[in-house]
Write a protein that binds this ligand. Structure first.
Ligand code: S3P
Length: 444
């Protein structure tokens, strides 16, 4: 897929107002796509993520033998897909699997392939090829698969093997690594257990159960039962699901609403899984008024509408540290970007992982805040963004990172003067509709 570089001009807004329904959750879409493609039967999903990352997962699973039917161009339901699974046995493709920009695709599919017969090569774009893959090599090799990395990174090659179960403690909190091990564990002999010091998002646990896998949990571990027999593949069945809106995409609009006193925004059918929803607590602590309506459960995922309004008194201050930093990892760039508009500032620590995401998000947030005239202090594992600052419009470098492009589009709404986002096309990695939807709720 060729991507054309784009710039976006963001003009300041007077207020944020309206109601929106957001495209499907990226994390859940990856998992449903992989499991639907691996299961037996036909899975059907509506409100599937429209982002390029999930398209990478679909394309990889298609190359491995699953049948994917996407809606025709111009069809009314652009986000409905149907997946016919491979019933537990993939076909090794004669070409490398291209994971694009998506760490989730590369790390999670590796777990699925570790137990399959054949040799698989996984590649990614320049950003993904810099991200650490040693973290999946260690557990998968302990289970007896063979992984060859390129200096710790992609391209990587997996030689699948009959796996044995392991008991593994993840050294850094990572839902992708946990998922990788669980997907391998599903196909291993015995029961595989993953211990984690901080409970990371549990979409894989919920999705695996929905597709028929057997899992048990304790406060700090999850165990998955492996093969019933050496000769039979794991028996997962197809499901149908309407995916919840993505809370990490919602974060940009929630943060935008939080910095405009008098705002009023409703987001319908958003995923509110408690392992993902720390943002709502942080915004509430900062002083935004948030209510959650129409709660329901879909395949054990909590879904509801979120209403946010900001009071005339403005926002206070907050410190995000420890386990909360890991749980909020994708929302930290936008929280830091709105820091100058709070009263007392935002302090972020214990977020070293931010440096090895799609970009070095600590460095890029600091650089772009400074470009807008803000004072900010950078730390190895976080940032201090003082409050009570006035920002001016500037040239923003998204650094090829979707969350940086979107975070600074939000900050630009409250800046004085216009802001030009360079690399705006990267928003399409998770949220192609972002700029149109932002325009639709920004009153000017
Ligand atoms: C994700 C886990 C997180 C997150 C990423 C999506 C997932 O990554 O940053 O956007 O869907 O499991 P890590 O597992 O590397 O923390």
């Amino acid at each position: 897929m060729s991507i054309v570089a784009q710039e976006r001009l963001i003009r300041p807004a007077r207020n944020i107002y309206g109601s929106l329904r957001l495209p499907g959750d990226k994390s859940i879409s990856h998992r449903y796509a992989m499991l639907g493609a691996f299961a037996e039967g036909v899975s059907r999903f509506t409100n599937f993520s429209t982002g390029a990352d999930c398209a990478s997962t679909l394309a990889c699973m298609e190359s491995l033998g699953a049948k994917i039917s996407r809606p025709e161009d111009g069809a009314p339901q652009k986000d409905s897909i149907e997946i016919t699974g491979v019933a537990g046995r993939v076909t090794p493709p004669d070409h490398p699997l291209d994971c694009g920009n998506s760490g989730s695709t590369m790390r999670m599919i590796s777990g699925l392939l570790a137990a399959q017969q054949g040799r698989f090569t996984l590649i990614g774009d320049a950003s993904l090829s810099r991200r650490p893959m040693e973290r999946i090599r260690k557990p998968l090799e302990a289970m007896r698969a063979r992984l060859t990395l390129t200096e710790g990174h992609a391209p990587l090659t997996i030689e699948g093997a009959p796996l044995k179960a392991i008991d593994y403690t993840t050294p850094v909190p990572s839902a992708q690594v946990k998922t990788c091990i669980l997907l391998a564990g599903l196909q291993a002999e015995g029961t595989t257990t993953v211990h984690e010091a901080v409970r990371t998002r549990d979409h894989s646990e919920l999705a695996l159960r929905a597709f028929g896998a057997r899992l048990t949990r304790t406060a700090d571990s999850v165990s998955i039962s492996g093969l019933q027999s050496r000769t039979e593949p794991p028996a997962l069945h197809a499901i149908e699901a309407a995916l919840p809106g993505d809370l990490s995409s919602a974060a940009f609009f929630l943060c935008a609403a939080a910095i405009f006193p008098g705002s009023n925004l409703v987001l319908d059918s958003v995923g509110l899984n408690p392992t993902r929803a720390a943002l709502l607590d942080v915004l509430t602590m900062l002083g935004a008024r948030i209510s959650v309506l129409n709660l329901e459960e879909r395949h054990a995922e909590l879904v509801g509408a979120v209403r946010i309004s900001a009071l005339e008194d403005g926002l206070g201050s907050t410190a995000i540290t420890g386990a909360v930093s890991a749980q909020l990892i994708d929302e930290l760039p936008v929280l830091a970007a709105i820091g100058p508009f709070t009263g007392g500032g935002i302090r972020i620590r214990d977020a070293k992982e931010l440096r090895i995401k799609e970009s070095d998000r600590i460095a890029l947030v600091a650089k772009n805040l400074r470009a807008m005239g803000a004072e900010v202090e950078e730390f190895e594992d976080g940032l201090d963004v003082p409050g009570g600052q006035t920002l001016h419009g500037a040239q923003i470098d998204a650094g090829g990172d979707h969350r940086i492009a979107m975070a600074f589009s939000v900050a630009a709404l409250r800046a004085e003067g216009e802001t030009l986002i360079h690399g705006a096309e990267s928003a399409a990695i998770s949220f192609p509709e972002f700029f149109d939807l932002l325009d639709s709720i920004a009153e000017r």
